[in-house]
Design a protein. Sequence first.
Length: 282
Amino acid sequence: MGEISKAVLITGCSSGIGEATARRLANGGWTVYATARRLEAIEHLKDAGCRTLALDVTDEASMRAAVDEVQRAEGAVGVLVNNAGYSQGGAIEQVPLEAVRRQFETNVFGVIAITQMVLGGMRAQHWGKVVNIGSMGGRLTFPGAGLYHATKYSLEAISDALRFEVKGFGINVVLIEPGLIVTEFAATAISKAAEAAPANGPYAEFDTKVSALTTGVYEGPMRRLGGGPDVVAKAIEKAITRRRAPTRVPVTASARLSILQRKLTPDRVWDAAMRSQFPQPK
């Protein structure tokens, strides 16, 4: 067997966690392939030592072309960081199915597809790391974001099954569970929810309150329990460097506290707590 490839392929690098991870790993000596739907959105990462590729996780041909490019140059994708994703907010009744499908295409089906594409190369060299960027939202659910949470719950199941299935081939699967991370994520979530919401529908007051609460969390005192994208990048670097890979990595105090709180709280008590924060549609 030839030299093991530890080349890193990261999805969704135009901003936030993906960009921070690409920079940090390149600075740490890893060979990094940073990707995004539009190449011009990641042009600046070349200056950070990254190689750049166009990759759209909703387009199978785009994913295949990017994976093939890395495999031609490096022999295999050694580390895959499944980072691309966004939050589709809105009450479940009123989000158009087209928007629901887009949410799952990006956050779930894209993860499955590109993971399938890289596993053969990892298996052949008996070494690989698959890092899925989940969320504390894969362990608890807030009203008005059920569809986003559903995608992150999916990543929990996928990561658990995959971890068992590929361990014998020398491949580790790591699930990163960020909490409150200050990026453009919240603004995107609010705009996506607004797009889905009828102006005078039965959930109008609820939608307005959810948007205000989301903004308040990201801009208010709760920020102290969160962190910037580099906190997640640091956790990813540590996870792929460790001899024994962790299975789950909650990132930030907000994630650790919220996951513990949900674990210890019965459903009816949790629902009551949600009613104290959100206006129940009626």
